[in-house]
Write a protein that binds this ligand. Sequence first.
Ligand SMILES: *[C@@H]1O[C@H](CO)[C@@H](O)[C@H](O)[C@H]1NC(C)=O
Length: 300
Amino acid sequence: MSTAWEFLFFCFCLLTVFGITLTPNGSGVVRVVVKEGSDAILPCSLNTKENAESKLFDWKKDGGKEVFFYDAGLHSNNGRPGQDQQFKGRVSHFQDELKFGNASIKIRNTKVTDSGDYTCDFPRLQPRQIFHIQLVVVGASPEPSVKTLNQTQDVALLQCEILGAFPKPTVEWQDSAGNKLPAEETQVSERGGSFYIILQTTVKKTDNYSCVATQEEIKHQIYAETYVFISEKLFVDTCSRGVVAGLFGGIFLGAVIFAAVQAFLVATKFITVRRNKGSREKRLSLRSCRAAVKKHSLID
Ligand SMILES: *[C@@H]1O[C@H](CO)[C@@H](O)[C@H](O)[C@H]1NC(C)=O
């Protein structure tokens, strides 16, 4: 049990440290996944482990491009011509490993365009041996670039731009609650093996909006936020209604007091013995006026 966990942990550490995944996926194809800019080791070892120092092996990409050629000591890095321009100065073999039948190569500073199917071929062996290795160079999406293109009193047009990512990310606009917003315009272009994506959306209310780019294959997600303030018609007439009510209330109260005074005068005139006692307390509670929300327009 504990040994199993230690083993898993060890594997995890290896994957984390080297960022390399080797996946023999049944079809005999080995898959190597690396991050753009890092080095990739493409494995190739003779089953017999026989010494390969005096043998011939040939690495090719996508069935044609010469990646690395080795023939009994003469190879692509010491005078053998024919290597594709794409790999000049970036590929090396492991001289000390050859005697164990290990013809692996290392590609330095990988580019997304290095992704593809590689073959390691021993054409003169009987039987001939060919190994297939799939290289996937991933370009994790950079942080999206977001901006407000245009804003009127009621709406704002937001734009999100992904400047190069591979594999192709899904990109979407979300409000602060995580709801996906309908996108109005999407432009997708591909340059140098990377995807460039532009996504626009129109929003109608104040919120924090995020543009989220997800690359499911490499479990990569990155987002950028932008705050948009859009004036909302909060100017409900609570204030003016209060004023009007107060005005009518005042007139009514005035009339009541006037009538009371008249009645008092009339009463004192005719009934002098009795004195007017008590006076009604009138309380006028003025509802506070809510501050009117002024119209603002804020552009990030
Ligand atoms: C072949 O050599 C490379 C580079 O040293 C190494 O990473 C790899 O594990 C070797 N393969 C085998 C099967 O020994």
